[in-house]
Design a protein around this ligand. Structure first.
Ligand SMILES: Cc1cc2nc3c(=O)[nH]c(=O)nc-3n(C[C@H](O)[C@H](O)[C@H](O)COP(=O)(O)O)c2cc1C
Length: 123
């Protein structure tokens, strides 16, 4: 049985249940079963050491599920920030349609995702 809500309608899922990004946890093995069970799971972008690894993780997740899933991009103040623009590109080119941003000054990231028609949930 499914509980239909605005949230399930907006994201094309069966149950209004979110598995948010979790550093060192949000791998394909976590996200694909959540998606297959009808929830909304998020890979954690920065768990992947490089944007290329994130692209591979997106592809690996897609091999494990046909259902919608997203990617979390956590923005933290840092003296040497990760290459955020390249992580964004991996998300966009990976065909991801749902992003969870979290943290510090997300606007440029949110704007870039929205330009590509991606739905963004900011936390
Ligand atoms: C082990 C662990 C790691 C997490 N890492 C992140 C993270 O990297 N980025 C993020 O935005 N949220 C992170 N979170 C927060 C979760 O995505 C979620 O917002 C939080 O657990 C609250 O959800 P809940 O009320 O359903 O438990 C983490 C949570 C846990 C338990």
């Amino acid at each position: 049985m499914s509980l239909r809500t605005r949230f399930t309608e907006a994201f094309g899922i069966d149950h209004p249940v979110v598995q948010g990004g979790m550093q060192w946890v949000g791998y394909a093995e976590m996200v694909a079963p959540v998606a297959n069970a009808g929830g909304l799971g998020f890979l954690t972008a920065l768990t992947q050491p490089t944007p290329e690894d994130l692209a591979k993780e997106i592809a690996r997740t897609r091999e494990m599920t046909d259902k919608p899933f997203g990617v979390n991009l956590t923005i933290l103040p840092a003296i040497t920030p990760p290459p955020y623009a390249e992580y964004r590109q991996a998300i966009i080119e990976g065909g991801i349609t749902i992003v969870e941003t979290a943290g510090y000054k997300p606007q440029e990231h949110v704007d870039h995702f929205k330009e590509h028609g991606i739905k963004v949930i900011h936390k």
